[in-house]
Design a protein around this ligand. Structure first.
Ligand SMILES: *Cc1c(COP(=O)(O)O)cnc(C)c1O
Length: 354
C-alpha cells in the first residue's frame, strides 16, 4: 500500500551513535526525542538499545505508548493541568515553569506514592517556555522545595524554537551561573543542566562550553542528519532515515499554466504559476492530508514538486521523461516537518528496514 514511509533503523541508529559518542566524551547525557516520529515504539526502542539515558516527548500520549520500554521518560512540553494524573503515571521527569502546576503534580505524586522529577525551564530569549526573570527562578525554587511529591533535579533552556535565537556560549554561562546560585542559595545539588536541543549541538565543539552543561535533548539530528543552529549536516550522519514513497496515478502532457479565469485553490489560496509551456506532469496519490508538500525533497534532482491538494501531488517530470510510469512510485527525502506529518498520517504505511 502507498503512500508508505520507509524507516531505516540502521541509519537512524548510526545517527544516534555519532551524536552519543561525541556527547559521551564531553560528559553530556542525551535525551532521545521521539515527538517527530509520534513516539513510534519500534524507533524509540533504538534509543533504549543504544544506551541513551531517556526518551523525551512533548505528548504524554506518546510516553504512555512507550510505557513498557525500559528507559526513563521525559515530558518535554509543560504539563497541562488537565493531564497531571498521566504525567505522574507515565513520565519520570517533566520540564516545568509554573508553580501552580507543580503544586498539582506534587499532590498527585503523593497520591500515587511517587516522587516526580522536575527540570525547571529558563527562558533565555527565545520567548517560548520558561521563567524569564532570573529572580523568579530562585523564588520558585524556594517555594517548590516545600513540596513533598516533587524533586527539582535540574534546570534547562530551549532556544531556536519560537524566536529562532541561536544558542551561544554566553547563554550556557548564564545557565551555569543560575545553577550555581540555586545550589548555593538553597544548599541543594542539581543533577542536570540541560543546554537545549539540536541547535545547541554545535556548542559541543567549543572548548569554552562550561562543563556544568551535562544534558541535551536531541531529535532533529537523529532523523534528518543536520544540526539546527545553522542547518549544517552533521558529519557521518544520514539525511534519508525516513523516505516517503508515493504511487503515480496519472502521467500526462499538459500546459504549465491553468486555463480559464482563476479563483482560489482548494485551500482558499490564490496560486501563481509560471508559463513554462507544456510539461510532463505526474500525479502521485499523496496529499496535504499526509504530508506538508514543501517538506519533500525528491531523490531525482530533475523533478520538481509543483504543489497539490488534500490527496494529490503534482510533479513536473519533464526532464526525467522515460523514468516514470503510471503504477510506479517516486521516492522523497523528508525534512523535519515532512517526517512529523507523515508519521502522524493514518494513511501512510510504516515500513521498517532493519
Ligand atoms: C522538540 C524539543 C526538543 C528537541 O528538538 P530538536 O530540534 O528536534 O532536537 C528539545 N527540547 C524541547 C523542550 C522540545 O520541545
Amino acid at each position: 500500500m502507498y503512500p508508505r514511509i520507509l524507516i531505516d533503523l540502521k541509519k537512524f541508529s548510526n545517527n544516534v551513535k555519532i551524536v552519543k559518542e561525541k556527547a559521551d566524551k564531553k560528559g553530556i547525557e542525551i535525551f532521545g526525542v521521539s515527538k517527530v516520529f509520534c513516539g513510534d515504539e519500534v524507533i524509540a526502542k533504538e534509543y533504549a538499545a543504544l544506551g541513551l539515558s531517556a526518551i523525551a516527548d512533548s505528548r504524554i500520549e506518546n510516553l504512555k505508548k512507550l510505557k513498557d520500554v525500559d528507559i526513563k521518560k521525559v515530558l518535554l512540553r509543560l504539563p497541562m493541568q488537565s493531564e497531571i494524573e498521566d504525567v505522574v503515571k507515565y513520565a519520570d521527569i517533566s520540564l516545568n515553569s509554573e508553580i501552580s502546576t507543580l503544586e498539582l503534580i506534587s499532590q498527585e505524586a503523593e497520591k500515587q506514592g511517587k516522587i516526580h522529577n522536575v527540570i525547571l525551564m529558563v527562558d533565555m530569549g527565545d520567548l517560548r517556555e520558561g521563567f524569564y526573570d532570573e529572580e523568579e527562578v530562585y523564588f520558585a525554587v524556594g517555594k517548590l522545595l516545600f513540596l513533598k511529591g516533587i524533586k527539582i533535579i535540574g534546570i534547562g533552556t530551549n532556544l531556536s524554537c519560537f524566536g529562532a535565537i541561536i544558542p551561544k556560549i554566553s547563554h550556557m554561562h548564564k545557565l551555569k551561573e543560575i545553577k550555581n546560585n540555586i545550589e548555593i542559595r538553597y544548599n541543594i545539588k542539581l543533577q542536570y543542566v540541560s543546554g537545549g536541543n539540536s541547535s545547541s549541538y554545535y556548542l559541543m565543539d567549543n572548548e569554552e562550553l562550561p562543563t556544568e552543561i551535562n544534558n541535551l535533548r536531541i531529535g532533529e539530528i537523529f532523523v534528518c542528519g543536520n544540526e539546527t543552529a545553522f542547518g549544517n549536516k552533521v558529519t557521518g550522519t544520514f539525511d534519508d532515515v525516513f523516505v516517503l514513497e508515493a504511487e503515480i496515478i496519472e502521467l500526462k502532457n499538459k500546459p504549465s499554466l491553468p486555463i480559464g479565469e482563476s479563483g482560489v485553490d482548494a485551500f482558499g489560496k490564490k496560486p501563481v504559476y509560471m508559463d513554462k509551456g507544456n510539461m510532463l506532469r505526474a500525479i502521485c496519490a499523496v496529499g496535504k492530508q499526509d504530508v506538508s508538500l514543501d517538506a519533500l525533497v525528491p531523490f531525482d534532482k530533475d523533478i520538481e514538486v509543483l504543489g497539490g491538494s488534500s490527496d494529490h501531488m503534482i510533479i513536473d517530470v519533464s526532464k526525467s521523461k522515460n523514468k516514470y510510469n503510471v503504477g510506479k512510485t517516486i521516492k522523497f527525502k523528508l525534512k523535519y516537518g515532512g517526517i512529523l506529518s507523515v508519521m502522524t498520517s493514518d494513511y501512510a504505511e510504516k515500513v521498517y528496514i532493519r
